[in-house]
Design a protein around this ligand. Structure first.
Ligand code: UD1
Ligand code: MG
Length: 453
């Protein structure tokens, strides 16, 4: 029987934030979510999340899973108090209780498995993860006696000599739950922080073991924004290294961020200041960036996207986008299209080889194959209450500065005159034009209004 308790009730004072600490994010996922995800891999029987500070906000972030139970700790009197509350709330204290601080987000399931294995094979009362840090500041120091842990002293309670100990407590423990519950209520708060420490259980239990692992980012606890930023950087570096080993070039990797779900094909070049978010797939031989943001989108083969933003859209093969384009959700740009400078496209489908090269807004539209949209063309899709569709058939040639007042439906091979406001549907092969004829006034002299009439 394996139960897990994740400590997530603290305020996180050192974060200087109105957001509870465990809801701060690393690469788009909260610290708490990352800890939950690692624990789920172990297939435990139950997961208890201890919440307290802004409990409702933290609870809302927890995924719906019948294995996950929330326990509210009120007030937040320390990590030991959190487990006292858990032991009171849950009646049966069977098997192993794995306790994790909610602010150690990069812990790997494989390391947790090693801890469980040590605990079981040595029949321990408690086993915990330790590491030697070159700068152990802020962590509890672990003191060994022979093969066992004698005690843990918190940084704030250390004397000068104790502070020199580099072996620290990572905040991840496996307890024999039955034995823990016998001593948990004897914990006191007679320390410099006036808190009930979970770490004080170690000297009260007999068989306390240390699993010392090499120092790496997975044990980094997050107590302030500097540590948050260091963890983000470590995590991003590992994502980018994975892609580089798979054949992706980063021109300036420090300035880019890539979500962990993103898939990137071979020989893709990611230029500086490019951010690939969410569930995005970039296929081979694309050049993305500089200064590009792509979220939850699919980009086909051999595309070039420069200085542009793409959300929730499908970009097929051999497409050039940018500079300065904005592809908004639910758009599909088919192969060999060109989307040019300062163009916004929303909820629209562009069929193969169509071009929207300059300064346009295309919303709620279907643009046929090989149609050219002239510079400055706008679909007026909103009548103040509803959005309407614009349909333009294939091989059409839309004059510069055309306004389509939707709903509107143009046939195939239609031409519109530059500067037209199109309000009526038109058939295949027609010219649609709506503008006043040009008048040339001869011998016009500035300042002589009589000549105008
Ligand atoms: C804790 C450990 C320290 C260890 C470090 C590792 C204690 C006393 N100290 O210190 O030995 O080296 O983690 O990162 O445990 N929490 C509650 N209820 C509370 C207080 C805290 O649920 O009443 C939660 C917090 O939300 C947090 C976790 O417990 O997720 C750890 O608390 P924190 O205040 O960060 O402890 P540290 O000072 O980092
Ligand atoms: Mg901490």
């Amino acid at each position: 029987m394996l139960s897990v308790a994740i400590l997530a009730a603290g305020k996180g004072t050192r974060m200087e934030s109105s957001l509870p600490k465990v809801l701060h994010k690393i690469s788009g996922k909260s610290l708490l979510q990352r800890v939950i995800d690692s624990c789920v891999e172990l297939k435990p029987d139950k997961i208890f999340v201890i919440t307290g500070h802004k409990s409702k906000e933290v609870q809302k972030s927890i995924p719906n899973d019948k294995k996950i139970h929330v326990v509210v700790q009120e007030p937040q009197a320390g990590t030991g108090h959190a487990i006292q509350v858990l032991c009171k709330e849950v009646k049966k204290h069977e098997g192993k209780l794995l306790v994790l601080n909610g602010d150690v987000p990069l812990i790997r399931p494989s390391t947790l498995e090693r801890l469980l294995y040590l605990h079981e094979t040595k029949n321990a009362d408690v086993s915990l993860i330790t590491t030697k840090k070159t700068n152990p500041h802020g962590y509890g120091r672990v003191f060994l006696k022979g093969d066992f842990i004698e005690r843990i002293v918190e940084e704030k309670d250390c004397n000068d000599l104790e502070r020199e100990n580099l072996l620290i407590n990572a905040g991840i423990y496996c307890f024999n739950w039955g034995n823990l519950s016998e001593i948990i209520n004897t914990l006191q708060s007679d320390n410099n922080q006036k808190e009930i420490y979970l770490t004080d259980t170690i000297s009260l239990l007999k068989n306390s073991l240390s699993l010392e692992v090499e120092d790496n980012e997975e044990l980094q606890g997050i107590n302030n924004r500097i540590q948050l930023s260091e963890c983000e950087e470590c995590f991003q570096n590992s994502i980018k290294e994975k892609h580089m080993l798979n054949g992706v070039t980063f021109i300036n990797k420090a300035s880019c961020s890539i979500s962990e779900e993103a898939e990137i094909g071979k020989d893709v070049v990611i230029e500086a200041n490019t951010h690939i978010r969410g569930n995005t797939k970039i296929n081979s031989h694309c050049i993305i960036g500089p200064n590009t943001f792509i979220e939850n989108s699919n980009v086909g083969l051999n595309c070039e996207i420069l200085n542009s933003t793409v959300y929730d859209s499908q970009i097929m093969d051999y497409i050039k986008i940018g500079p300065y384009s904005h592809i908004r959700p639910n758009s599909k740009i088919s192969s060999h299209c060109k989307i040019g400078n300062f163009v916004e496209i929303k909820n629209s489908k562009l069929e193969d080889e169509s071009k929207v090269n300059h300064l346009s807004y295309i919303g709620d539209s279907i643009i046929g194959r090989s149609t050219n949209i002239g510079a400055g063309t706008i679909t007026a899709n909103f009548d103040g209450q509803k959005k309407h569709q614009t349909k333009i058939g294939r091989n059409s040639s839309i004059g510069a500065n055309t306004v389509f007042v939707a709903p509107i439906n143009l046939g195939e091979s239609v031409t519109t005159g530059a500067g037209s406001v199109i309000t009526k549907d038109s058939k295949d092969n027609s010219l649609a034009i709506s503008r006043t004829k040009q008048v040339n006034i001869e011998n016009w002299k500035k300042g002589n209004p009589d000549l105008v009439n």
